[in-house]
Design a protein around this ligand. Sequence first.
Ligand SMILES: [Zn+2]
Length: 246
Amino acid sequence: MALERLLKGFADFRMGYYREHLDLFEKLASEGQSPEILIVGCSDARVDPTILTQTKPGDIFTVRNVGAMVPPAQFPADERHHGTSAAIEFAVRGLHVKHIVVLGHALCGGIAALMDGSGGAYGHYDYLATWTSIAQEVRNLVVREFKGRPRAEIARALEQAAVVNSVRNLLTFRWVALEVAAGTLSLHAWWFNLVEGQLYAFNPETTAFEPVLGVKLGGAITQQAALSGIKPDQFVAALARRKPAF
Ligand SMILES: [Zn+2]
């Protein structure tokens, strides 16, 4: 049943979207792709970056993984299989993207797994804990700072802190750091709340995630260069001091 739906969907795409955008597909085939944006998103089936941003083929280069995480650079590179790092490298060194957006989201299962650790429902899985341990230090910080608070509040704090942590990790790749320093690449920390359908961007000036709609295109979106100066522990401390949003 599920696969039949995919084939029906593809038939609809071929007769509809593909035909309507034939010029675009021909251009992309002959000239190649030249997206200006890389989105690091979560594998979660509910948060597709192209649907959220209503973008067309060729607009964004995407890598999705559990928890929308960026691992720190391995330098010198080792022989292991660094899928997310390879995608980031190609986007930056090959495609010369101008922006990298790390897009976390509400109700993230990967972040919940990180929060629960080895005692949680996924604690016995082969790869999950090792992968999400990218944000282990941040997790420990959040759990300490938010001790006694409701689980949903802790989860939200960790979801957002993990995004900030991933942006920090982006800067450990030397070619990312060089481009950011040169002003040719900017980094963005976003968090999507699928419960209310709102997108939030981290504003380094206020140390907070702010809704992007109804906000002038400034602050949260354009001040991202300053993001380099924000450390996850500062963000977590600031978040813990604030009144809970719910
Ligand atoms: Zn997720």
